[in-house]
Write a protein that binds this ligand. Structure first.
Ligand code: HEM
Length: 468
């Protein structure tokens, strides 16, 4: 069989779990490209004259390209790859309802990321943060999400197991809510103007995090933690309380991104109050997470997927302390428009949600390919480079943000505080080098595991500890 025919049959395969594998390996490809674009954006902030005369590589275009590639390309594809493994396993099926349809969706999604980012780099944008893609791409993304949802729901409904474990609830919730958030926030079928548009924009901007990445990510963690530790999930009641309170409190929080704008006061009040109330679901998740670890902490010394999951849990805790804190009126007024917020965004999307997918990938790839992860050493390097890279980035952005905020509020001339921030921008760029390097090792390790002709079969290891 020629390479092309083999690639074609792999891509449109109806083999159980092939879509899970294909979504995961596509996501990792976009992760490497997306973080490289982030590194380029960071370098442009540090050395603004580094590239001249190539509009495609100017900061204003690279920034949205980076964000869309890591959110729609990496994280969303990674999540779907995990969902398409976890759902069938939990409902007692072999593979999703329609594996070929899932693989076709995967191809559509890859084309969306490729052409979407190409269009952003070429200056086609709606100029709405997180929602930059133009209308035709929105239609394709929505169609993709509906296909993902149909396959997810049909998998669960056609499975023999009728008693749903909590992860099924969370994953089905994420698959239902994200298309709804997309239709409203991206204004897919209607137009809006002025402030209404800004409100809808941030309904999308915050709920892609809340109703997609958070809900889906918790669903993945609730699946992984009992497996990694061998302990049952600490409390199903808490997990269901978390599920419904997320649905209640997340939806109206988006306006906390535009508290300094003339949005109606009642909407701002609801956004701030519900942001603080988010501590309720957060506490349910974290109690469950850390109590499920009871007596099993020592496993983390040797269990790389568990290490990623634990780091994600700690980052989630920090993100959710920082989030309500900076959503309150005075703090928000002080920190808004500063690098502090960018630090917060990376704590959520890199250190929490990406680490969840890293953890799941090291567990799922051996399950769906029957191959042991190629190199433990590379996985360990991936962990430390990503972790230290993120910590350094976070510190640099937080300090730079405080300098910047002081600069705005004490009317210090712009050129003075920009110079003060320069060393921190250099450090942030260096942290980016570490993170990108970590992701290249990750890609090499996983691709070698999946595609290499020589491989070690995955040992029997329900907890996944022997995989890496
Ligand atoms: C999986 C990894 C990553 C994810 C999920 C991610 C996500 C994001 C998000 C959501 C934003 C928007 C922040 C905001 O609106 O406040 C952003 C902005 C940005 N990211 Fe990343 N990022 C990742 C990795 C990186 C890396 C490795 C670098 C390199 C240093 C980087 C550099 C940047 C820069 C320079 C911006 C623009 C900040 C600004 O406008 O001031 N990112 N990223």
């Amino acid at each position: 069989m020629s390479v092309l025919t083999r690639a074609f049959s792999e891509v449109f395969s109806d083999q159980p779990y092939s879509a899970s594998r294909n979504f995961l390996i596509s996501g990792i490809f976009w992760l490497v490209l997306g973080t490289t674009l982030g590194l380029l954006a960071a370098s442009l902030m540090t050395w603004p004259d580094m590239i001249r005369g190539i509009p495609q590589l100017s900061f204003g275009r690279v920034r949205p390209a980076h964000i869309n590639m890591v959110t729609i390309g990496w994280l969303s594809m990674g999540y779907i790859g995990c969902f398409y493994y976890i759902l069938p396993v939990l409902v007692g099926r072999k593979g999703v309802w329609n594996e070929r349809l899932a693989n076709i969706t995967m191809v559509i999604w890859n084309l969306l990321v490729f052409f979407g980012v190409w269009s952003l780099l070429n200056g086609y944008t709606e100029a709405r943060e997180y929602a930059e893609l133009e209308a035709p791409f929105d239609i394709v993304a929505l169609a993709g999400l509906i296909l993902v949802g149909i396959n997810g729901y049909m998998t669960v409904l056609s499975g023999p197991e009728k008693k749903w474990y909590v992860s099924v609830w969370y994953i089905l919730g994420a698959m239902f809510w994200f298309p709804v958030v997309y239709i409203i926030g991206q204004r897919v079928f209607f137009a809006m103007e002025g402030l209404n548009d800004a409100i809808a924009n941030w309904f999308y901007g915050h709920n892609i995090l809340g109703m997609w990445f958070t809900v889906g990510g918790i669903g993945i963690l609730y699946y992984l933690m009992p497996r990694f530790t061998g302990n049952p999930l600490y409390s199903h009641t808490l997990s269901m309380l978390g599920f419904w309170t997320i649905a209640m409190f997340y939806a109206p929080t988006g306006t906390h991104h535009i508290l300094q704008s003339p949005v109606p006061e009642w909407l701002k009040a609801i956004a701030v109050i519900s942001s603080v109330f988010l501590l309720v679901p957060v506490l349910t998740v974290l109690t469950n997470f850390f109590m499920t670890m009871k007596g099993k902490w020592s496993l983390a010394a040797d269990h790389i997927p568990l290490r990623f999951a634990l780091a994600a849990g700690v980052a989630y805790l920090l993100t959710c302390i920082q989030g309500p804190f900076q959503a309150t009126r005075f703090i928000n007024w002080y920190l808004h428009f500063s690098n502090w917020v960018v630090g917060h965004a990376h704590m959520a999307l890199l250190a929490t949600f990406s680490f969840i997918v890293f953890s799941a990938t090291y567990y799922i790839i051996p399950k769906v390919t029957g191959r042991k992860i190629y190199s433990k050493r590379l996985a360990v390097w991936h962990f430390w480079l990503s972790l230290y890279g993120w910590i350094i980035m976070m510190l640099a952005l937080t300090i730079a943000g405080l300098i910047q905020a002081a600069g705005w509020h004490f009317a210090i001339p712009y050129d003075q505080w920009v110079i003060e921030m320069h060393p921190y921008m250099i450090v942030r760029t260096l942290s980016g080098v570490m993170i990108v390097l970590g992701q290249i090792l990750f890609m090499f390790n996983i691709y070698h595991t999946v595609f290499s002709k020589e491989f070690e079969p995955a040992p029997h290891s329900p907890t996944g500890i022997a995989f890496v």
